[in-house]
Design a protein around this ligand. Structure first.
Ligand code: 13P
Ligand code: SF4
Length: 302
């Protein structure tokens, strides 16, 4: 415990010296969330950080999130305390495979989920997040849409709109661990609880939910009056924030196995090391950044 206290003090001291902010995604380890200046979903973090006068962002999340910060704030130094913290779903599409598919589907609007590399964003027309995907798709009037990389988010959106969508066969291995049986069993145990799931879950899980929300939406939903018990169908790290912000309410993970191993690579030791060494830095090359920013900006005006 003493070790942790000392470690935290060193991080906070160095953070001040470096004029840095610490950004933590909702899936981060509890101790990392607790030292962060902002805890949020994949887009909120970069947007909040952009409003500060910090020169350095220590991004406690996965690689595509740090890239999003670099796309939106090129003048900042963006540190990712462990370069191995990538998103396996984002890695399911590359520029090569995307260019090939675009060749097969001429005249198609490419919509990419924010869980994608900067290079893939640069090859896409518009971005979306779990929070605004339906709105983004509905804003398009072109006939044919290629949605990538998450087939399950894409499928969920397609049930909410009448747009024709071709879905990339990507998926999140962590959300795949949540099975419909988990929900049915927990509903029996907690008949009063609301079931809230992330749109990356399989359709059979989504069909059993009361609400389908991104992580930012889940955190807001949990604060509502009248919500006292919630079955949470997403990565288990979010339970820390939900409990901290809503004392007296009960949060039950849909599956204890829904752990994203890459998110858990970021630890307090690595945050300190990253601030000491000012590395590893995520910097999107300007040529790619400018093209990727068009896709992100197109989303932000929807
Ligand atoms: P959110 O944008 O809802 O935070 O989701 C990010 C993510 O990686 C979900 O697995
Ligand atoms: Fe990627 Fe899934 Fe981890 Fe989110 S939970 S970062 S989608 S692997």
């Amino acid at each position: 415990m003493k070790g942790d206290t000392e470690l935290i003090e060193r991080i906070l001291r160095l953070k001040k010296q470096r004029n840095a902010v610490i950004l933590a995604h909702n899936y981060q380890l509890g101790e990392v969330q607790d030292i962060a200046d902002f805890v949020g979903d994949s887009l909120e973090l970069s947007q909040n950080a952009a409003k500060t006068d910090a020169e350095v962002f220590v991004f406690c999340g996965v690689h595509f999130m740090a890239e999003t910060a670099s796309i939106l704030c090129p003048e900042k130094i963006v540190l990712l305390p462990d370069m191995h913290a990538g998103c396996p779903m984002a890695d399911m599409v590359t520029t090569e495979t995307l260019k090939k598919r675009k060749g097969e589907l001429p005249d198609t609007t490419v919509v990419c989920y924010i869980n994608s590399s900067a290079e893939v964003k640069a090859e896409s027309d518009i971005c979306c997040t779990s929070a605004n995907a339906v709105k983004v798709i509905e804003s398009l009037d072109r006939e044919q849409i290629l949605f990538l990389p998450d087939q399950y988010l894409g499928h969920y959106v397609s049930t909410k709109t009448d747009r024709r969508m071709t879905l990339w066969p990507g998926f999140c291995p962590t959300h795949m661990r949540i099975q419909p049986e988990h929900i049915t069993q927990l509903r029996q145990e907690y008949p009063q609880a609301k079931v809230v799931v992330h749109p990356e879950c399989r359709p059979e899980v989504i069909a059993l939910a009361d609400e389908v929300l991104g992580t930012g939406g889940m955190c807001r939903y949990a604060t509502r009056e009248g919500i006292s018990q919630m079955i949470v169908g997403t990565e288990v790290g979010i339970i820390h924030r939900l409990r901290k912000e809503n004392p007296g309410k009960e949060f039950i993970p849909a599956s204890e196995q829904a752990i994203c191993p890459r998110m858990k690579l970021i630890t307090l030791d690595k945050v300190l090391w990253s601030l000491e060494e000012m590395t590893p830095e995520v910097k999107v090359p300007e040529q790619i950044r400018l093209k990727a920013k068009v896709a992100v900006d197109n989303m932000l005006v929807v």
